[in-house]
Write a protein that binds this ligand. Structure first.
Ligand SMILES: [Zn+2]
Ligand SMILES: [Zn+2]
Length: 347
């Protein structure tokens, strides 16, 4: 293998296991940097992409977007990075630079976002990756690589909506789904001073949820327990990928409450309740509820999130595996058995 060949793991076709895959290392554009990958977390979005859930990617697909590595080369205009620097890279690896959102430094809302992924053309389940240097972030001093890798996607997925809407100790926050994103959301919400309830379909997660900082724990499939928190939350952050009773969730919001979706889970709302009475859509209007999405974050959000996590000791619970076991790692995440994030390590 020549030094300019990159070794990675790619899905040859939708839904297929990843296979060893090589490609010729590209020359750098002026603003790009080359990063030797040391760690890459496995995110459910990788699985959505492998399964062609979004229908926008081409195959073979080399996923991976929770990256930590060392800068090995910088383009002529890639300021702020030196060879040898340790950086973190998340889902977004570039932007169009010309749309109104990029000009407003809200690059995560770029109109060309489907083609802005770090995995376009090739992602982080590999020996190296090339991105626009503006989307590589220096790690806070002393932060473990595994921690930084997971924060690059799972952290930035949950921090901005909590920072915006979980304001103060009187704010009652529910975190729905206690997995890779949820266990970090509990920690961020707790550090922001909110009263935090973890909602999970797995009763076995109560002890750990409380250790992450949850003040309360509710089994989300227990109808009686859910009825007990009717009109209880100011803010719900939904990190779950399925099995959600959206009507019951909305009914658990106080007036003017907000449900924020951070995972790509289909939402189904019935106009009327199961008993023919007022349903969730009536509550949505009459209680002035909001349903909002939150996607990645700006570059400023990313820097702020990393600093906040470092300051408050926010640490994902990570299981490390060698990069060569990428398919085992994907299986753990796909089957919802990861406790709570799997990070692949290049050896
Ligand atoms: Zn992700
Ligand atoms: Zn743009």
């Amino acid at each position: 293998m020549s030094p300019s060949t990159v070794l990675g793991y790619a899905a040859p076709a939708p839904g297929q296991p990843l296979e060893p895959f090589t490609y010729q290392a590209p020359d750098l554009e002026d603003q790009e940097i080359r990063v030797s990958v040391t760690h890459c977390g496995v995110c459910f979005t990788d699985i959505h992409a492998i399964d062609d859930h979004f229908g926008v990617f081409s195959f073979p697909l080399l996923p991976g977007h929770e990256i930590v590595g060392r800068v090995t080369e910088t383009g002529k205009a890639a300021s702020g990075h030196e060879v040898g620097d340790l950086v973190g890279i998340g889902w977004q690896g570039r932007c169009c630079g010309g749309c109104e959102w990029c000009e407003a430094e809200q690059e995560h809302l770029c109109q060309e976002i489907p083609s802005c992924g770090t995995w376009t053309p090739y992602g982080g389940f590999a020996s190296e990756v090339v991105v626009d240097g503006r989307f590589a972030y220096p790690l806070p001093a002393g932060m473990a690589a595994e921690t930084a890798a997971v924060l690059m996607c799972a952290g930035i997925a949950v921090y901005p909506p909590l920072r915006l809407f979980a304001t103060g100790p009187s704010c009652r926050v529910g975190i729905v789904g206690i997995g890779g994103l949820g266990h970090l959301a509990i920690q961020f919400a707790h550090a922001l001073g909110a009263d935090v309830t973890a909602l999970s379909s797995s009763p076995g997660k109560e002890v750990e949820a409380r250790r992450f900082g949850a003040d309360h724990f509710v089994v989300s499939t227990d109808r009686e327990a859910m009825a007990g928190i009717e009109y209880g939350f100011d803010l719900l952050i939904c990190t779950a990928h399925g099995g959600i009773d959206w009507g019951t969730l909305l009914m658990s919001l106080r007036r003017t409450g907000r449900l924020v979706l951070v995972a790509f889970s289909p939402v189904h709302l019935e106009a009327a309740g199961g008993d023919g009475g007022a349903g969730p859509l009536v509550d949505l209007i009459a209680h002035e509820l909001s349903i909002t999405g939150s996607f990645l974050g700006s570059r400023a959000d990313m820097r702020e999130m990393l600093g906040f996590a470092q300051e408050h000791g926010i640490t994902p619970q990570v299981e490390s595996m060698p990069m060569s076991r990428v398919n085992d790692a994907i299986r753990l995440v796909r089957e919802n058995r990861a406790r709570y994030r799997v990070v692949l390590v290049n050896e």
